[in-house]
Design a protein around this ligand. Sequence first.
Ligand code: FNR
Length: 190
Amino acid sequence: MAHQIGYFVGSLASNSINRTLSKALIKLASDELEFTEIPIKDLPLYSPDYDADFPAPARALKEAIEASDGILFISPEYNRSVPGALKNAIDWGSRPWGTNSFARKPTGIIGASPGGIGTAVMQSSMRSVLSFLDAPQLNAPEAYVRFDPEVFGEDGEVHNEGTREFLRHYMDEYCAFVQRVLAATAPGHI
Ligand code: FNR
């Protein structure tokens, strides 16, 4: 049976290059993974005032994370960190206190930018957030993608063999990582 992967696109832009990257990654991934986007655009800004009664988009977000076998973040870097919309979604998923939906979920982080830094600093910020949330992370390979519009088609095609194989390898390693974490946390595993 395929593993269910919930994925976040950390950009609200209608022409997001990270959304384009997400389409490419899904196309290149093994059939052992099935992908469902976890939407973030309708979430209000998190406040502890909501803890007693989460709004519907936040309840849906937590349910989607909890129903996933693994989580994949595909995000831009904003001002050398995690975009506010994505951080807000993570804050929602982590609360109310004691109900952190990310705990023990295998995660991967990848992102694209037009420049050579390829979201490296955002990914470093995300790693400390996910560590705090007790979410195991794929440590290697890392994937910092410099987005070239001639390489990435809108439909998710990748028109460069080296880039295509690099991303396919990333997704194969992500799949193997999810399977390792699931096996290690399965009932009966010592
Ligand atoms: C950026 N951009 C950017 N790029 C980068 O490599 N490092 C950075 O720190 C930033 N900071 C930043 C802040 C803000 C507010 C914006 C709007 C943009 C540029 C960014 O990589 C570029 O706009 C990408 O196209 C964003 O990804 P999406 O939204 O197209 O997926």
